[in-house]
Design a protein around this ligand. Structure first.
Ligand SMILES: [Zn+2]
Length: 187
């Protein structure tokens, strides 16, 4: 993974991120390391860390494939880790760094716990809950909204996902020859 962000990508980052780039980059790189770890064990490569007062208080990576439990997203595992040793109130003063935009389920959980800010790498085109599909972080509800900033190490986050899909495609059974499929359609 590149330690330095390409200069041309800096302009695309939200001002909030640019203002304190080394700080935010450090934690996003830790999230990317978690995602990388997920990839090596056949999980969708999404990783995150929760940061409170400049220190990581929880981290997580996707665990849905091995557990066959669709709720075991990186964010849920990180929250669980934080709650093992801290009061839930700490999350109101904590920020989440996650390689892929939180899905609608996670975006909602993060709001209920009152997370302060979310920083994500790439958008989640299918399930994104902080702006791409729905804006769960900012909709008018009873819970306080949170800020969500995307784009930090976006390319690296996407590359991990690409590597995962290539890896999974190689494992998939070989498709039957086209001719055989056409014959089936005719009968
Ligand atoms: Zn999720």
């Amino acid at each position: 993974m590149d330690e330095e962000l390409a200069l041309e990508s800096l302009d695309e980052l939200p001002a909030e991120v640019r203002l304190n780039l080394p700080f935010h980059s450090r934690f996003m790189r830790e999230a990317l390391q978690m995602a990388e770890k997920a990839l090596t064990i056949g999980e969708t490569p999404v990783g995150c860390v929760i940061v409170h007062e400049g220190a990581v208080v929880g981290s997580g990576m996707n665990d849905t494939n091995k557990s066959l439990n669709g709720t075991r997203h990186a964010e849920f595992l990180a929250i669980t880790g934080v709650l093992c040793s801290h009061s839930p109130d700490i999350l109101r003063f904590a920020d989440l760094y996650v390689t892929v935009e939180p899905c609608i389920m996670c975006a909602s959980a993060l709001r209920q716990y009152g997370i302060r800010n979310v920083f994500f790498g790439c958008g989640n085109e299918r399930f994104g809950g902080t702006g791409t599909v729905l804006s769960v972080h900012a909709d008018a509800t009873l819970d306080a909204p949170y800020k969500s900033y995307g784009g930090l190490y976006r390319k690296e986050a996407i590359n991990l996902l690409r590597r995962f899909y290539i890896q999974e495609n190689k494992k998939a059974p070989r498709p039957r020859p086209k001719r055989e499929r056409e014959l089936n359609l005719l009968t």
